[in-house]
Design a protein around this ligand. Sequence first.
Ligand code: MSP
Length: 473
Amino acid sequence: MSKIYITTAIPYINGVPHVGHAMDYCLADTYSRYHKMLGDEVRFQAGTDEHGNKIYKKALEEGIDTQAFVDRNSQVFRDFIKALNVEYTDFIRTTDEHHVKSCQEIWKKLESHIYSAKYEGWYCAGCENFVTEKEYEENHGVCPDHQKPYEKIAEENYYLRISDFKDQIKSAIEKDEMRILPDFRKNEVLKLLEDAPDVSISRPKSQVSWGIPVPDNEDQVMYVWLDALSNYITVLGYPDNDISEWWPASVQFVGKDILRFHTIIWPAILLGLGLPLPKVITSHGFIMANGQKMSKSVGNVVAPMEIIERHGVEAFRYFFLRHVDSFLDADFTWEKFEDAYNNELANDLGNLVQRLATMVRKNSVAPVENFVAQIPEEYKTFMDGFEFSKAFDFAWEKVQAINKRIDDEKPWMLAKAGETEKVNVCLTSLMKDLLSASNMLRPFLPETSTKIYDIFTNKNGVVPPETPLFPKN
Ligand code: MSP
């Protein structure tokens, strides 16, 4: 049994959850459930990123106290994660007292790598990112993710000397000691790292008041990313506790837009603290609407709760885990979603369960006893490589193959011909195939998988579900 530590990006909570946020959770939950299925012990962190100007301004706009605002919104995200049927073990808020205190201790431990200097340049408030002149030019002064012009800022800040750690980070990435996925992002990160300047890690209090105070300097608050990234270890009790039982993380799930923070600033912080680097950082793409990133600031978001209310959480997980490649961008449209729901979930799987259970019942075939699923190597390879959408495809091909077998072997014809023994053998074998496929679906569709297991292994005989697993629209 191994110990697996899985982390997810902690979203800013200046707005409501959107489908993009769900990606980190659903991918991480799939990996977590897969490892639990293999008998491993899993720790799974989630949380909310609550400092910085975006949050402060939004609370002001709503006319409520900032703390009350983050208290309310953090709960909304917690409820959202629950609605996704995501089983995290630890939840952290960056306004938690322990986190705040720990970040200040982290700062002190990093002090020999920190210096103060003037920052004059560009900033994207949407990304909370200091933007280099080169990026500014490449993007013609407008953030491509937020469609907003970069702000010019000039301020006295503290800097973290990234140059102290560049060689070590580079070597860890090249040797896959800190593996970056997908592979094509690895070279992008190495290129970024080469040009990476030291990063500013504080902002003047006069500019950003809602943040963690820098120790021994009343005029500065910590840059929100230093505060946010530290969550992955403060949630484990760092620095008060020895975290070596769980750290380094087995895998950190992030979106492609924040990969750079996780592969440059984050490793620098860890190395500065004398901690090992995470084993894997995997990045997913963007959920798009009409070719543009779905984003609060752009205003083109689809409410995930609407999808869940209309079609259920299993359908939600189905679409975002199978039809969104685990590493690439994908477009969400209601049409695509409904096609997948009706043709695949309702037809391929829902009908199959109904059909097979009805035939088994009608022919009084015994349920499957003592079922032990074998996990195919091909599926395992995809899951171990974080290619969940491919593992899901593999499992779904098995579902389709069972439908084909039924059509080819026509058990009802055997029954009509009075071939009782053959009917028995055929239906039992089909049930076993379905249970094996359904076992592979367990990390993706936990409720459906349990239902299928309960139907076909029920000691009192197989009873077809009263209502279809996925009622058609
Ligand atoms: N607060 C930071 C993360 C700090 S982690 C130490 C942040 N928050 S966010 O709310 O902007 O994004 C949270 C996660 O949602 C990120 O992984 C991000 O990539 C993901 N997504 C936000 N919009 C997205 C899409 N439209 N599509 C897919 N995921 C995107 O960044």
